[in-house]
Design a protein around this ligand. Structure first.
Ligand SMILES: [Cu+2]
Length: 665
């Protein structure tokens, strides 16, 4: 059974085990208080439930043993807390309560009608139920790693509930004693949380670990052109673009539509196509309404009186490893650009490939709403393909669409006519927050590039399908056959080359992208190691304890910042112990994939890699781009729910923080 299935089964068993023990205890207590004839029947049900609960508890132990095979991260809190809390009282219940219940099915009594007999039979059953419920709390509150505060809180509640129950089942039942015990319970919890520091305090200064020391990230800029006094060389090509954030309406061919935020009135924004070596200069202007709604017109004038109202905008160059100050993350590399304001980005386009850009202010709202576009850096020596098209997949509301070469998006089948025999490159960009399975049928094809980087030794694929992470890119190359070619995204026929006939959609196996291409030489030693355990647990997010997407049990902004030194090679282990897929996206760097679930990878460089439930990825990051970098899940809703943090270089600090309305997710 896969680790993901074991995780899902474990979560179901958690609830079933708790319910079974609670029901056993409740029904046993009822049976003990009934007259003999009725009591016999009820105790029989209780005995049967008790046996079932024992079996399910044993099953939970077996599932945990299976999960342990995938790594300690998946079972730490189960082995140290959750299982002992249920298994030990379950053994006592099996030895003490079950024989008495069975005796009661014959006599209608468990060995005496005194209150003491109820205590002997029911107490172990109730405590087992508390242990099972505490086990659920362990998974939700603690996750990985096990913290002293979390463990103390769970143990205190368990012990207090058991003490109260012992008192209530005993002969000297008095409401006063019950209240005292309940008070003890609350005090114990408060004490545990205080001692263990159960909830971390909200800490909103994002550069806290490097703040105020070293070089400001603001100084790590792209080159200024010669005209601006920069050291640009003679004959340098400068490509200037202006991207104006403004409202727009998206109309879909099927008849639907959406109010959008756009760059230059078009969604996607313009395709920025430059040549390797160009100096790229992009002026971002924000002309969105001053207030969030559409009622108030933006005059386009600077708005110093109330600079932080309306929708702020930045531009993040997704996958293009720009100098840190050009990375476009509000609160880390700049302040958000507010309506009426502008900002200039500059970087030299040294790395050929397929990239995209999007706003990083309130990105979980802004990107789905349209503030994105595509960036292509053509190599200095042209690619061998004569046909070269860039494809953006994006979902508006619930409608998946395709935009070809920056044209208006279509939620119907898009048709493209290409000359037979032409070598063709389709640059597919997933601008959504969910992964997509692609299929190309009608011609053998190759994945020529992944996340902008060429794949060495790319081999022909025929009918195979591809899993493309949220934010990820594949360049697919093929020679146009005499017949039609079909691209599917999800189950949807998306692009038809040379119809009208439609080939059957690709239905082959999904390619393991971590094993595609020729194996690269990978680093053998590492200067530093770090582990990110991803989960969905109770953590402080937005100042309140809530279910959050967490890294090592903590949510933004409380996730400690990994700090690296320039030149180091860092091994990062990413473990997903939750039930959601997380497309992890460290800014400013491509990481080389070392292994997935212990299986060695070919080492492709990627900037967004999909860690599915139960998976363990090992990646290598070479610290060659100093800065303070955002690192987050590119399911942008997950980032907004806490799964974002920083990666900082020693000696680099940021003057920006979460004041001024900055809000990256
Ligand atoms: Cu995620």
């Amino acid at each position: 059974m896969t680790t993901a299935r074991l995780i899902a089964l474990d979560q179901i068993l958690f609830v079933l085990v708790a319910a079974a023990w609670a029901a056993t205890a409740g029904i046993a207590l009822t049976g003990l208080r009934q007259p003999a004839a009725a009591g016999r029947r009820t105790l029989l049900i209780a005995a049967a439930l008790c046996a079932a609960a024992i079996v399910m508890t044993a099953l939970r132990v077996a599932v945990t043993a299976g999960l342990a095979g995938a790594g300690w991260w998946f079972v730490a809190e189960k082995v140290t807390l959750a299982l002992p809390l249920v298994v030990v009282p379950a053994l006592v219940s099996a030895a003490v309560s079950l024989p008495r219940l069975l005796r009661g099915t014959a006599t209608g009594s468990t060995g005496g009608s005194t209150p003491g007999s109820a205590r002997v039979v029911a107490f172990p059953l109730l405590v087992t139920a508390y242990g099972a419920v505490a086990g659920i709390a362990c998974g939700v509150v603690i996750s990985y790693p096990v913290t002293a505060g979390g463990a103390a809180a769970v143990l205190a509640l368990f012990a207090a509930a058991s003490a109260v129950t012992w008192r209530l089942l005993g002969p000297a039942r008095s409401p006063r004693h019950a209240w005292q015990a309940a008070g003890t319970c609350v005090l114990a919890l408060a004490l545990a949380l205080t001692i263990g520091g159960g909830w971390p305090s909200g800490h909103l200064h994002t550069g806290h670990d490097t703040g105020g020391r070293g070089v400001s990230v603001d100084l790590l800029r792209g080159p200024a052109p010669a005209a601006a006094g920069g050291p640009a060389g003679a004959g340098e090509r400068i490509r200037r673009f202006t991207l104006t954030a403004q409202p727009a309406t998206v109309r879909l061919p099927s008849g639907g539509g959406a109010e959008a935020w756009s760059f230059n009135g078009q969604v996607p924004g313009p395709v920025l196509r430059v040549r390797q070596g160009d100096l790229v200069e992009v002026v971002l202007r924000n002309r969105l309404p001053v207030q969030g709604g559409s009622g108030q017109e933006n005059t386009g004038q600077p708005n110093p009186g109330q600079p932080n109202t309306g929708q702020g905008v930045t531009i993040h160059w997704h996958g293009y490893d720009v100098p840190a100050a050009e990375d476009g993350v509000p609160g880390v590399t700049q302040d958000a650009v507010w309506p009426g304001q502008s900002h200039v980005y500059r970087f030299r386009a040294e790395d050929a490939g397929t990239y995209w850009y999007h706003s990083h202010q309130n990105s979980s709202v802004a990107v789905p709403r349209g503030l994105f576009g595509l960036l292509v850096v053509d190599p200095a020596t042209p690619v061998p393909e004569s046909e070269d098209h860039v494809l953006a997949l994006h979902t508006f509301g619930s409608r998946p669409t395709l935009s070809v070469d920056g044209a208006a998006p279509s939620d119907l089948l898009t048709r493209l006519t290409l000359p037979p025999g032409a070598r063709t490159r389709l640059r597919v960009v997933n601008t959504d927050t969910q992964p997509v399975v692609l299929g190309l049928s009608g011609a053998p094809y190759r994945i020529a590039a992944v996340d902008g980087g060429d794949v060495p030794g790319a081999t022909d694929l025929d009918g195979a399908r591809l899993h493309l992470a949220a934010g990820g890119r594949y360049d697919l190359t093929f020679t146009v056959p005499s017949g039609p070619v079909l691209l599917t995204a999800g189950d949807r026929p998306t692009l038809l080359v040379n119809g009208p006939a439609t080939p059957p959609p690709a239905a082959g196996p999904v390619v393991d992208i971590t094993r595609y291409g020729t194996p690269a030489a990978l680093p053998a030693r590492f200067d530093r190691e770090t582990t990110w355990v991803l989960d969905k647990t109770l953590a402080v997010s937005g100042g309140l304890p809530r279910l959050a997407q967490t890294v090592n049990g903590k949510a933004w902004p409380n996730i400690p910042t990994p700090v690296v030194r320039q030149g180091e090679t860092v091994r990062i282990r990413v473990v997903n112990r939750g039930t959601d897929t997380h497309p992890m996206h460290p800014h400013g760097h491509h990481v080389r994939i070392l292994s997935r679930n212990g299986v060695p990878a070919t080492g492709l460089p990627m900037d967004t890699f999909d860690v599915a439930p139960g998976e363990v990825w090992e990646v290598a990051l070479v610290a060659d781009n100093p800065g303070v970098w955002m690192s987050h899940c590119h399911d942008l809703a997950h980032a907004a729910q806490g799964m974002e943090f920083h990666l900082a270089y020693e000696g680099v600090s940021t003057p920006y923080d979460m004041t001024n309305g900055n809000h990256p997710a």
